[in-house]
Design a protein around this ligand. Structure first.
Ligand code: 4NP
Length: 144
């Protein structure tokens, strides 16, 4: 089973949205999916209300007890793919990896996913993330 972790700055807006959308698309068939933060800023905090609202709107089930968690060395070891939600997340991940896990680190989609923490536009985030998850699933499907 392929293990994927989605990573953004806070692990409350974008990466949890990607985690739960991807789980819904995969239906538990072939992937182990989680999400993490590059920072410890939101440690333990729940999924952002904006992301929760979108997930409810589009009937995506999610774990409402999920708290933000910073990525660890053990995560880099465990996961096959470490997917940064934007370019700066990828830069931070490469810095944390320090050459050890660079092969596992990928950008979620060309151009990344702009941060709704700053834009307030969770609907655009939803569109970016569903498109990116479908593309990623197809890519993984082809190479599984
Ligand atoms: P996320 O959004 O990286 O998509 O979870 C953010 C959440 C929190 C902060 C920044 C971005 N923050 O500055 O606390």
């Amino acid at each position: 089973m392929k293990k994927i972790v989605f990573v953004c700055l806070g692990n409350i807006c974008r990466s949890p949205m990607a985690e739960f959308v991807m789980k819904e698309l995969d239906k538990g068939e072939s992937l182990h999916i989680e999400s993490r933060a590059t920072s410890s800023w939101e440690h333990g905090n729940p999924v952002h209300q904006g992301t929760q609202k979108i997930l409810r709107k589009y009937a995506i089930s999610f774990d409402s007890s999920k708290g933000s968690q910073q990525i660890s060395r053990a995560d880099f070891e465990f996961f096959d793919l470490v997917v940064g939600m934007d370019e700066s997340n990828v830069e931070d991940l490469l810095q944390i990896s320090a050459g050890r896990y660079d092969d596992k680190i990928k950008l979620f989609r060309p151009g990344g996913v702009p941060d709704p923490w700053y834009t307030g536009d969770f609907e655009t985030t939803w569109q970016d993330i569903t498109a990116g998850c479908n593309a990623l699933l197809e890519l993984i499907g082809r190479t599984r």
